[in-house]
Design a protein around this ligand. Structure first.
Ligand SMILES: [Zn+2]
Ligand SMILES: [Zn+2]
Length: 162
């Protein structure tokens, strides 16, 4: 069975009230501090939440891709584009195990308890002892004040970004 990211819970920060729905792939805009760079969206209501879980699913990734284009209101997505999306998502989910708790940051998915993370994302270069999502578990407001703040992102912006 294929694996995919599903909404896990409403902890820390969640605008979505659905339960257990599949996630949508990331669609990061040029304003990652607005949520699009550090939260995951629900494929049913398209609202964002913090924690996803890797689960096995009866749905194929192609079906999930079609579901996502519908949720986004896209009408002219070709089967080739869906197939490409499915391939990309299957690679993204593949490095995780069923049951892992996943968060999103700047172009990549991470296991919430990963440590010493250094990477260049879509927008910024990050060096983190722990993920802000994990640090926010005991103190949810911390996520907005770190990743939700331009002051986190702008000084770290990639110099080679167009
Ligand atoms: Zn944004
Ligand atoms: Zn939802």
């Amino acid at each position: 069975m294929p694996k995919f990211f599903f909404k896990k819970n409403d902890r820390v920060l969640s605008y979505c009230t659905c339960a257990n729905e599949p996630a949508m792939s990331s669609f990061q805009l040029d304003c990652p501090w607005c949520d699009c760079g550090w939260l995951i969206s629900c494929s049913k209501c398209t609202r964002a939440f913090t924690f996803a879980e890797v689960r096995e699913t009866d749905l194929s990734l192609l079906e999930l891709g079609r579901r996502e284009s519908t949720a986004r209101g896209l009408t002219n997505v070709s089967e080739d584009e869906i197939a490409e999306w499915a391939q990309g998502m299957s690679e993204a989910v593949d490095r995780f195990d069923v049951g892992d708790t996943i968060v999103y940051l700047d172009g990549s998915y991470w296991k919430v308890d990963e440590t010493n993370i250094e990477f260049t994302g879509d927008f910024a270069t990050h060096k983190l002892a722990r993920l802000p999502h994990a640090e926010a578990l005991p103190e949810p407001s911390r996520l907005q004040t770190t990743l939700g703040n331009k002051d986190y992102w702008l000084p770290r912006e990639r110099q080679d970004r167009e």
